[in-house]
Design a protein around this ligand. Sequence first.
Ligand code: SAM
Ligand code: SF4
Length: 428
Amino acid sequence: MPRYFIWTIGCQMNKAESRQIGGYLDSAGYQAATSFSCADLVVLNTCVVRQNAEDKVLGTLGLLRGLKSKRPDLQILVTGCFVNSHTQELQRRFPHVDLLFKPGDYTELVAWGQKQGIPIEQNLPRQAHNDVRTVASPCTLVPVIQGCDNFCSYCIVPYRRGREVSRPTEEIACEVRELAKRGTKEVTLVGQNVDSYGHDLPGHPDLADLLSELSSIDDLARIRFLTNHPKDMSRKLIETMASLDKVCEHLELPVQSGDNEILKAMRRGYTVERYRELVHTMRGKIPHISLSTDIIVAFPGETEEQFARSLSLVEEMRFDVVHVAAYSPRPGTIACQEYQDDIPAEVKKGRLNKIEGLQTIMASEINSQLQGKEAEVLVEGKKGGKWFGRTRSNKLVFFEDADDWLGQSVRVRIEKTSPWSLRGQIKV
Ligand code: SAM
Ligand code: SF4
């Protein structure tokens, strides 16, 4: 059997799409391999949101150039946000690549497969996108909306993924029903801007409607969704989250900055006051909701005072998780054209470290409150001899036990906490 290896970096959308690509290759009789060296076909699912991600992609393409010179039969496919609309130019720069295809554009993958005599199932029903021949994993990512209409000034995504296109509700429901039949207990609905789901569909169903629809699937226990844009979080969505038992008390709500002038230059479409009000409403309706956010430090022109506002917002909001990144100019974006990347590298690093340091203290305090408590954990797998899974509030929990708990919901008594994960004993 020929083998494939998919290398993925970047956001959850990329992870979800890699799973779908794996489904297509499974349908052609390929088997998953564990590394480049034992694969006949490799797929790079790429990210260029920041320069360091793009550097990793370029490094891996270099490595594959060497591999291909030794094994000319190796087939190399590249997708993700590295693929821009100038594919011919990319093809000239990377002649060892066999196919470049836009993120989510599987028609190109199927057409290429046909030309190569690889029998990728042409009409793989969209509901069976997932690992068609295998048992589904307990927790699965399901893409529900492609692209982004927002054009935040720093972000390359809308230029690479195009405008928002939602999948029809019934198609998603079919896919999730199929996944649940094959063992998935938890789905995470993904989109760059998931809370704008449905505006482009007939009848304009929204994310709240989709959550209600999926909640009625019997074998499904949990639903999450990410990433949300604060300007699109509606009251109806918050109320639906609060009322549906299967929807987890967990939300990814990137704020990006604690300063209104910077938010305006970022073209985010909300103010710090509006964000604060949103979090307040959410915590009022869903008292134990766990909140994650993203912050960019050192956006062009960010002063020490403006940075201090981001720092104090982190302290005030008590987020469970903060993903922090230093601004990275992306050619073609509005910020890259209009502003100079004027903050020295060491200042950027210092600001990043300050947010990370503060968040470590906050998360350590928040998590320590779980010590001695019992948590419901959905077991996702085993690592280093320990079972691991997540609570409804997305806390990572490890425990040791000789029995097989994969895919089961178990009660765990938390004995040790850290800012990043929890450890405990299973209660049987
Ligand atoms: N759609 C989501 C949102 O509205 O926040 C996030 C998607 S974006 C691809 C993921 C994260 O990457 C963003 O939240 C932002 O913090 C970060 N990011 C995007 N562009 C960046 C840039 N040019 N420099 C640094 N970080 C960036
Ligand atoms: Fe990028 Fe903004 Fe779209 Fe998120 S909402 S993907 S940050 S443009």
